[in-house]
Design a protein around this ligand. Structure first.
Ligand code: SF4
Length: 297
């Protein structure tokens, strides 16, 4: 494994020398994670009945101002791990009955993660879920070809103004929309096992934000018109809860209304985006954020 000396693992391409410094994402020379445990709050075809074997990596390439996991994504809380320790974590989660290995925000540690997966591969028999904010380079997606079975990706915004204001990424939609196309082409249409657990495919998530219904519609328009029909599952999420720096933005300081979410769901259905998931409004609760307590590390 080569640690990047001029890091371009994500579209920020900040050029950090990762052998000795941290990049904009918080990623440094050594793997860092905050939790590795069975997780039951993903889409039902991911969590199933036994849970998803989820590893939450510390740091994040996007740094959204409302991140519910800000303690690890922005504050970089976590514990350093070696590559063999990460391999052992994957195998332990499998032994605990996980339906899959779920890598949450792993891109800034891609070379480390690929090596740990290669070490685990002979004994690993469950699908690998790559859980991402969608801000991925074509090179990262290509590097995961044949490794990631399932892409659990976001399409957060269409508007450059919103993505700039909330995630400092005016190019978010340009990057994430192309990434979603590439993921769909790579993974192909959804494949389930007999228990209804996803084995292969793409879930495209969109978290409906308060006061941003027009942008939600634009994102859904893209999914309906540009992504392969029946080639992915859509997950339209209502769970937005103000966290972290959300209160610095007036429009983000409340949850979305039932009316806003219904409008979004109706719009998706009218577009024919019926293969996927919606959430109960009661999902908007702080308790659904997992405790980042180094469990399983
Ligand atoms: S992954 Fe981190 S260090 Fe690498 S380019 Fe992106 S922000 Fe910079």
């Amino acid at each position: 494994m080569e640690i990047p000396t001029h890091c371009t693992l994500c579209p920020r391409a900040c050029g950090a020398d990762r052998t000795c410094t941290r990049g904009l994402c918080g990623g440094g020379p050594q793997l860092r994670a905050a939790r590795a445990a069975l997780h039951f709050w993903e889409e039902p075809c991911i969590s199933g009945t036994r849970g998803s074997g989820t590893v939450f990596f510390s740091g994040c390439t996007l740094q959204c101002c409302y991140c519910q996991n800000y303690r690890i994504s922005a504050e970089n809380f976590g514990k350093e791990l070696t590559v063999p320790q990460l391999r052992d974590i994957f195998l332990r989660l499998q032994e605990e009955g996980a339906h899959n290995i779920n890598l949450v925000t792993a891109t800034h540690y891609l070379p480390w993660v690929l090596e740990a997966l290669a070490l685990a591969r002979p004994q690993l028999a469950i699908p690998i879920v790559y859980n991402t904010g969608g801000y991925e380079t074509p090179e990262t997606i290509a590097a995961l070809d044949g490794v990631a079975d399932i892409w659990l990706t976001d399409l957060k915004y269409c508007s450059p103004e919103l993505s700039s204001e909330y995630s400092h990424a005016p190019d978010y939609f340009a990057v994430a929309s192309e990434a979603a196309r590439q993921m769909c082409a790579q993974a192909g249409p959804p494949v389930f096992d007999r228990e209804g657990i996803l084995q292969k495919g793409v879930i495209v998530r969109h978290l409906a934000l308060p006061g941003a219904l027009a942008d939600t519609r634009a994102v859904l328009d893209f999914m309906a018109r540009e992504l392969p029909k029946e080639g992915f599952l859509v997950s339209l999420m209502s769970q937005y809860t103000p966290f972290y720096k959300a209160f610095e933005h007036k429009s983000l300081s409340r949850r979305i209304s039932t009316y806003e979410y219904r409008q979004a769901v109706n719009y998706a259905v009218d577009l024919g985006l019926c293969q996927g998931f919606m959430q109960e409004k009661s999902s908007a609760k702080e308790e659904y954020t997992p405790p980042f307590d180094l469990n399983g590390l």
